[in-house]
Design a protein. Sequence first.
Length: 300
Amino acid sequence: MKNKLIALIFMVLTFGQAWSKDVTVLSQSSEAADGLDLMAVSELFKETPNLEEFEKSLNDPNIGINNLDLDNNGYVDFIRVVEDAVEDTRIIILQAALGEDEFQDVATIEVEKSGNDYNLQVRGNVIVYGPDYYIAPSVVRIATWPILGWIYRPVYRPYRSTFYFGYYPRWWKPFRPVHINVYRTRTVTFTKRNTFVVTKTNRVKTVNKVTYKPSNSSKVTRTVGVKKTTTNGKTTTAVGVKKTRTTANGNTVTTKKGVKRTNNKNTGTTTTTKGVKKTKTNKDGSKTKVKKTKKVKKKD
């Protein structure tokens, strides 16, 4: 997956790059948030008594928080919950089961404890949500949340979901994702409470104590690659997004979008190059490519 992302960024940069606001800062209007709103996930986590109930509620179609179809197979992905810890730091991984030994980490819930104080954030996986996407409590004191007492209980045993691709709980059956308008109607009861805020800042510093390597799957149909470099007063940030879909007649359409911004402190200018490249692969292997680029230079 890493090699694919590197290749994606390189290819995007060679033909120019894409949508500015929708790519560089993937907000809650992004496709990932349309399938799993991390603000709603955070509210659900706050309310549930333990991780087993959290996993069940997260995948409950009647609650409707999970609407995520990462592999574009027409069904909502089951998200399992896996917990790990070092000392007083907890990391709770939300992981989509996409195939046999195929897992895609969607987000992590990261908690640290110091005395009677707790610090918490929900971090979106960069491949799914883009870079620096965090959800954090808008209030300082969160010690009264029931689930925190559970994960910091005296006899600690990490929760690890027993479910995987093809083996699901009896109460769960595959179901179709709903339209974004229906999804937002379902989640607004969670997101309107203003308990959490979106931020670009990592607030849980001790999470690095936990040895965690994200699981990424090749089955994910939408990925994000990020690269930032600084040379001779020029800072360049490049973001590439790749999305693959299969049409009804069996053809594959791959769309690569990107944006490259170069800020030159020496001249006081910012150059933005945007582009999109669409490749249609027919069942016989033949390909049709369309490429568009646009370059804009302006004074800061």
